[in-house]
Every structure is written in structure tokens, then in C-alpha cells.
Design a protein around this ligand. Sequence first.
Ligand SMILES: *Cc1c(COP(=O)(O)O)cnc(C)c1O
Length: 437
Amino acid sequence: MRSFPSFRLHPVTRRGFVGALGALAASLRSAGAAAQTAPAAAIAPAGVDYYDELGVTKIINAAGTYTALTAACMPPEVVEAVRVAALHPVRLHDLQQKAGEYLAQRLRCEGAVVTCGASSAITLATAACLQAANPKLQITDMPQNLGTAKKQVIVQRAHRYGYDHAIFTPGARITEVLTMDDYKRACGAGDAVMTNFFNAAEDEIGPEGPAQIGREEWLRVAHDYGIPCHIDAAADMPPISNLWKYTGMGFDLVSFSGGKGIRGPQNAGVLLGKKRLTDLAHANNNPNDGVCRGMKVAKEQIVGMVAAVDWVLSHTEEQMQGNYQERADLIASTLRGLPGVRTETVTPHIANHVPHLLVRVDPAVSRVPASAVLTAVRAGTPSIELNPNSCRPANQGIPSDANTLVVGVWMLQPGEDRVVGRALRTALLGNSQPTKA
Ligand SMILES: *Cc1c(COP(=O)(O)O)cnc(C)c1O
């Protein structure tokens, strides 16, 4: 068993802290006078690298916006907006309301709520729809006092997923449907409060074959029965236009993750949609004593989310695709000529809609199998995480298999494409020497 390393603040940390206190005192002393420099600049201490302090290994993210890998890094503009917001208290409710109004206006919908991630957006969406369908239901009644209230959320079997838990949290239950007949029967049963559509699963293969009902049809039928539709588009920006596409189609509620392609704080997200429902979602949100009291979104995350949306909207679609293809090409060129190695680029249709490099390793020819390469680059210095679809069957629009490495290039920092290319080449050659940055 690994012993827990003891750690202490090293001298530079203490100096930084004392220096910051001195600067803070100085800025407080001059608070009455007309300051020549911004107070924020005067008290900004040198940051401590707590990953180093804590002994946490920094990785190269050649995977993508995966939650377990801390998803995206915020662009400098967003980090700066968070820093500025962190220095001032405000009234939380005021910030939530104004941020919502601003995002709704920028994202072309009636209402918006900054949530604690897309999963939390789904919980708020469900709570809002439970209340919309059961006018007597109080915020504090969920999940324990639903009694005979309507509580079904209709979902296609091929759209069932781990985030179903976000639907169960406020006390809702799922009615699973397969065919259009099932769907109409479930809609007509009179106990449904919402439908959930997993956007990236539209053409996904479920256990019983592909989902049978497409996005437009799904929406039309639910609306024929007066049932609000939520769509989970958590990982589905880029393209930027998806941020208003689904509300524009008529979906009543749409969830996006804030910390994925949008590059806001990892624990932020947005719920967009019809104002009567987003108002109910606001009411169920922290700090009110409802189901999302424990899904607090702090001022730093609310502002970070707003700044991240502004950052996204300052780009064209083309700019949003960055130089990802160039990065993939550069890594591919590093691997050219290796025996039994072929490369190709694939862009998933929906979700993570950016070029991914596939490295196909022929086990009969290559010195090293793909699975050993995956382990070797993870164990290297710096440690590299490839896309989790590596060496696994096709999934998430990525045609992988046991002998394929998947390189997600869009979360790489400048220059890391070279490092990843070199590390993969070294590992494929069976050379275990650590790769140097
Ligand atoms: C990532 C993801 C979520 C959860 O998003 P968080 O912001 O991490 O809460 C929900 N649904 C789908 C489809 C996702 O990809």
C-alpha cells in the first residue's frame, strides 16, 4: 500500500503568503485615497502550484474533455474573469438572475440558469418539470413527498445512461420506450412530466438495435401531448450554433456542460429553455432548500460560465475548430514509417465534434501491441492520457478496436502535440526510455 506523503509549504510559499498580506494591508491603508493602480493588481500574489505541493501528477491530456481528467482548461480570459469576481462579494440571487438573463439573451432563448454542471442541469430540469406538472408540489417536497404526484420521465431504451441518476434525484421515475407505439402510449398515460433525449445517442446502437425515434419526431409527439422535452447536449459544442439549435427547434429545456468544449469551470453548466421552466429551475437552485441545495454554484463558477460563453461567442465556427487537424497531422507524421502502424483522422458526428487521430497498430507486424503503448505513455514522463476509447470497441462515434489508439488533440496545450508524437513513436518502437518534454 502506498503511504500518504507528508507535505509542508516550502519557503517560497510562506514568502508569497506574507508578501500578499503586506500588499493587502497596504491596499487597505490606501482604500480611502484615489488609487493609481487597481487594488486587484496590488494584492495579486504569486500563485502557489498546489499540484506540486500536494504531489499530484500533472498530465498531458490527449484524451478530450473527460470529467475524470478534469475536462478542459479555462482560457486566460475566463481565468481572469474568475479572479476578478473572486475578490468581491455580491448577492447570490442577484448574480444568478442577471447571469441567467445575460446568457438567455446571448444564447437566443427565453431563460437560462447557470448550474453545477450538465448533470445538475438535468436534475434542475426534472425538478422544474415535476413542479410544472404538479402545481401543488413544493420545492421541499422533492424527492421524499411525491406521493401520488405525476413523476414519469419518458426515455428511449437506447438513450438510457449513467445520467439517469440526475433524473431520479428529485424523485422522478423513468418510463422506458422502444417503439413509436410505446412512446405514444407512455405520453397518453397521463403520468409523464418530461421526456429526456440523449442527443449523441440519436444514431447510437442500443441493446435492441438503434434508437427508433429521431429528434424531430420525438419532440413533435411529446408536444402533441403537452409534455415538455429536455435534450442532453452536454458535450455537443462545437459547433457553436448548437448552443441555440435545440431551443430553436422547440426543445423546452437543453443542458450543456460548462467545463467541456465551452471551457468554463469544470463544475459549471447551463440549462437553457422556456422561461416558465427555467424560472422553476432557478427556484429549485441553491441556496434555496431544494434538491439542488447541495449543488452549489459559487460566484466564481457563475462568472466563469458567463465569461466562457462570451469567449466561445468571440470565435467563428472555423476558429473553434482550432488547429486540431494540424496537431493530428503532426502526430501522424511522427509515426510515419513505423512497421504495422497506420493513422487516420475521424470527427464524431455529435459530441466531441473535433478531429481525433486513430493509430491502428497491426499486432502481427508491430513490435509492441497497442495496449502496451497506452500503458507506456501513461507511465512516461510527462504522463500522457490517451482517449479512453483506445483499445476498445467502437463507441461515441469513434471507430476504435482492440488494436487502435485514439488521440484526442483538442485539449493539448501548445507544443504538446510534439511531445505526444515523440512518446508514441518511442513506445511503438518498444523503447521504454522516458520521453522528455
Ligand atoms: C459530460 C456529460 C454530462 C455531465 O456533464 P457535467 O457537466 O460533468 O455534469 C451529462 N450528459 C452527457 C451526455 C455528458 O457527456
